[in-house]
Design a binder for this molecule. Structure first.
Ligand code: ARG
Length: 461
């Protein structure tokens, strides 16, 4: 092949390959409504600045409304040359209103336009996401309210540690999700900053009233630095960091529930609707819903860290790398919305096996070894010493091949003369959980307090 032929080959194909590589319309068309809303406000601002006559403004706004209707009805015809949602909408607008369409972009750049669209679009999603997160937390809280009498082993290191109420465990997953809800709401003022009217990078040269634009579009504030405004994707990164943390919370809860749903634990039964069978083993019921919640956490993290890689090292203001913000953000929004919904479904429909929980408790009275130590503390012995005596009691039971609670009062008294016949009262799981009655403990009143705290917080949001 001569070098001339080689160059011709690359040039002839470039048009198609480069267009495919460069275009974002395939995915950014989902922001069509935000793009049109932004353009309508921009036309109003241009008219206020006397760049457009009233009549021109009305024509443009009507034209933009028509473009929106075409998208809504699925009638918008994408043309081969359309690169992104901004050029596609403007091309179509000009077809409808004629050369006047070319006036809309006066003083505007796709740089301030796309940053505005992304923020508008995300603000629209945040409300829905908060709503589904609220729904999930509510289901968890109401489930906890109903099942607060179930006791189960609480684990550290996945080893039986101390008895707790099942509701206490469930709420231990609801609180971090509620903190996520607060974090999401606190993010809104940082998303709601208006870039429009910053032009390509240096600002707008047509005395556009940006306060009017912000008000008209419902933004809380106006970006103060045009160069920052058009290159800033911190809100995208922050949202994905938020989503990564929220997914981590879902993932840890899923992991608990996966373990509890095994035959070895048997504490919960997932409903069939949220499990699947095995293609080979007829007896299997797999917790696919929970495994996907856990697995998709990796995907959301990947979206976040991948985009951070794209941002790192960019020179000032707009670079096309920034177009890489969209797919990870859209995917993150879709994934987390679906995840909250599925998590809510799983929790609403699973069955809790109180009997299996209590069987697991009965099988391990040495979980009350701490309570035994606490008993001696109440008789005046320093905790470090009681901890030691209680350890010896566990060892004694082991050597006698019986459980801790099967030791006799005489056995106990051989370890310390502070033991009385009332030591037998220690071996009562209900007594144990009820002794944890400070705020935050697993005492019924303290669990009810948690339920009230979350109910009140949700009612105010
Ligand atoms: N599709 C582009 C993006 O998403 C729009 C901005 C293009 N700006 C530019 N100067 N080429 O980032």
């Amino acid at each position: 092949l001569s070098s001339f032929a080689l160059v011709m080959f690359w040039l002839m194909n470039a048009c198609h390959w480069m267009h495919e590589f460069n275009q974002s319309l395939k995915y950014d068309k989902r922001m069509y409504a935000a793009d049109i809303t932004g353009s309508i406000s921009y036309a109003r601002a241009l008219a206020r600045a006397k760049i457009l006559t009233e009549e021109e403004k009305i024509k443009l706004v009507n034209g933009l409304d028509t473009v929106r209707e075409e998208w809504e009805r699925g009638e918008f015809q994408v043309q081969p040359g359309d690169e992104d949602i901004h050029t596609a909408n403007e091309r179509r607008l000009s077809e409808i209103v004629g050369p006047l369409g070319g006036k809309l972009h006066t003083g505007r750049s796709r740089n301030d336009q796309v940053a505005t669209d992304m923020r508008l679009w995300l603000l629209g999603q945040v409300d829905d996401i908060a709503q589904s997160l609220r729904g999930l937390i509510r289901v968890m809280v109401e489930r906890a309210a109903k099942e607060k009498n179930y006791l189960m082993p609480g684990y550290t290191h996945l080893q039986r540690a101390q008895p707790v109420r099942w509701s206490h465990l469930l709420l231990s997953h609801a609180f971090p999700l509620h903190a996520d809800l607060q974090r999401l709401e606190q993010m809104i003022p940082r998303i709601s900053v208006l870039p429009l009217g910053c032009g390509a990078l240096a600002g707008n040269g047509f005395q556009l009233d940006r306060d009017f634009l912000a008000q008209d579009l419902g933004f809380q504030s106006v970006a103060e630095n045009s160069m920052y405004a058009i290159s800033d994707r911190d809100f995208v990164a922050e949202f994905m960091m938020w989503a990564s943390l929220a997914m981590t919370h879902l993932s840890r809860m899923s992991e608990d529930l996966i373990i509890y749903s095994t035959a070895e634990f048997g504490f919960i039964k997932l409903s069939d609707a949220y499990s699947t069978g095995s293609s080979m083993m007829p007896q299997k019921k797999n917790p696919d819903s929970l495994e996907l919640l856990r697995g998709k956490t990796g995907r959301v993290f990947g979206n976040m860290s991948g985009f951070m890689m794209s941002l790192k090292g960019l020179p000032s203001t707009y670079n096309k790398d920034l177009q890489e913000d969209k797919e990870p953000l859209f995917d993150t929004v879709d994934t987390i919305s679906a995840s909250f919904k599925i998590a809510e479904g799983v929790i609403a429909t699973m069955e809790v096996q109180g009997k299996a929980m209590s069987r697991a408790l009965q099988a391990s009275s040495d979980m009350l070894a701490t309570d035994l130590a606490d008993y001696l503390v109440r008789k005046g012995i320093p905790f470090r010493e009681t901890h030691h005596i209680s350890g010896r009691a566990v060892a004694l039971a082991e050597s006698k091949k019986c459980s801790l609670q099967e030791l006799t009062v005489t056995d106990f008294q051989s370890l310390s003369d502070k033991f009385g016949p009332d030591v037998k009262e220690v071996f009562d799981f209900e007594h144990s959980v009820q002794s944890r009655s400070s705020i935050g403990g697993t005492h019924i009143g303290m669990v009810e307090r948690q339920i009230e705290v979350l109910r009140a917080a949700l009612a105010n949001q």
